[in-house]
Design a protein around this ligand. Structure first.
Ligand code: NDP
Length: 328
């Protein structure tokens, strides 16, 4: 029998409008960068996705090279979509991206039209989809004319293979340029996807302000700093943690200084009656310019814990000051 989602799934779900578009995104979205590849448990990944949707998470974020090996997160997601979510496609916002290394040779990485459009076709095939909701340029590529990279997004949009387009990790100036190129072709820039957490506040310098001015949404990634903003690294590096298992989280980056900050933040989270992951995600959402926080989860318990962040996303000015003292 087909899986049936909880019919109360939208009861406690909250959404925010993505920039000046007509699209709402859930306060918390789920990303499939880690934990959904062929090296991971398919059954666990499937449980995480079911649970997320049952709790009103309508947005799933992917990229061509997510999972180990590359492409496997999209393939596994496609299988779960077909097995469990076929009836729910129109309740889902599915995004994918191209820009980082994907296949060998000069056309499998970067910002060329050749790469982006071929990659989107491959992503659609892996996920068994006719279109994605959002197609992103995954990173700025200064060696490629921006007109070409953004032109590829426009083409995908016109083909109907992407309902909306986005950019990731672009600075404020290139964001303005990209938005302008899109605007001239009548294609709105829906969303920007930058890194943002208590341990990485760079977007506060000028990107958030720029997005607000342009009416572009902001989907922040790694709000838990890949798991550093949890209690797991307080007494060393656990074997099952990302720092131990993934090349993307360097053990050496988890310094004593960093852990000192985490301890102080944990004390504040406890005072607020939240777990540290909950406070960390809530903090990114305290700013209405942030549309959604894209989290990762290795199991259903982590997901359930983090999703409870939305129960309290308000911070007093004293709490803000204390956080600034700890993190800046
Ligand atoms: P997070 O900062 O949320 O880190 C997720 C990791 O933190 C989990 O895999 C787990 O790691 C740990 N964790 C999560 N919840 C808990 C909890 N409640 N208690 C204890 N540990 C917890 O996000 P990610 O770095 O995974 O990124 C999220 C998404 O953002 C990605 O999947 C992707 O979609 C997007 N992204 C986009 C990028 C871009 O360039 N556009 C770059 C990076 C991410 P552990 O295994 O150690 O337990």
């Amino acid at each position: 029998m087909n899986w049936i989602s909880d019919d109360q799934r939208y009861e406690n779900a909250e959404f925010r409008r993505c920039g000046r578009s007509g699209l709402d995104l859930p306060l918390i979205s789920l990303g499939l960068w880690h934990n959904f590849g062929d090296v991971d448990s398919y059954a666990t990944g499937r449980s995480i996705l079911r649970r997320a949707f049952d709790r009103g998470v309508t947005h799933f974020d992917l990229a061509n090279n997510y999972g180990t090996p590359y492409g496997s997160a999209e393939r596994n997601f496609g299988r779960i979509l077909a097995e469990d979510f076929a009836a729910y496609r129109d309740e889902l916002i599915i995004s994918t991206k191209a820009g980082w290394d994907m296949w060998p040779g000069p056309y499998g990485n970067g910002g060329s039209r050749k790469y982006l459009l071929a990659s989107l076709d491959q992503s659609l095939r892996r996920m068994g989809l006719a279109y994605v909701d959002v197609f992103y340029s995954h990173r700025p590529t200064p060696d490629v004319p921006l007109e070409e990279t953004i032109g590829a997004l426009i083409h995908a949009h016109r083909q109907g293979k992407a309902l909306y387009v986005g950019i990731s990790s672009y600075n404020a100036e290139d964001t303005r340029r990209a938005e302008n190129i899109l605007k001239q072709e009548g294609v709105p820039l829906l969303v920007h996807q930058p890194s943002y957490s208590l341990l990485n506040r760079e977007i506060e310098v000028d990107l958030l302000q720029t997005l607000d001015e342009l009416g572009v949404g902001c989907a922040v990634f790694s709000p838990l700093a890949q798991g550093v903003l949890t209690e797991k690294y307080l007494a060393g590096i656990p074997e099952d943690s990302r720092a131990e298992r993934s090349r993307f989280l360097d053990k050496d980056s988890i310094t004593d200084k960093q852990i000192g900050k985490v301890r102080s933040l944990l004390a504040l989270a406890r005072q607020r009656g939240q777990t540290l992951p909950q406070m960390a995600v809530a903090w990114t959402l305290r700013d209405p310019r942030v549309t959604t926080a894209i989290i990762g989860a290795r199991n259903v318990q982590q997901l359930d814990d983090t999703l409870d962040a939305i129960k309290n996303i308000t911070f007093s000015s004293e709490e803000e000051k204390l956080i600034n003292r700890i993190t800046i």
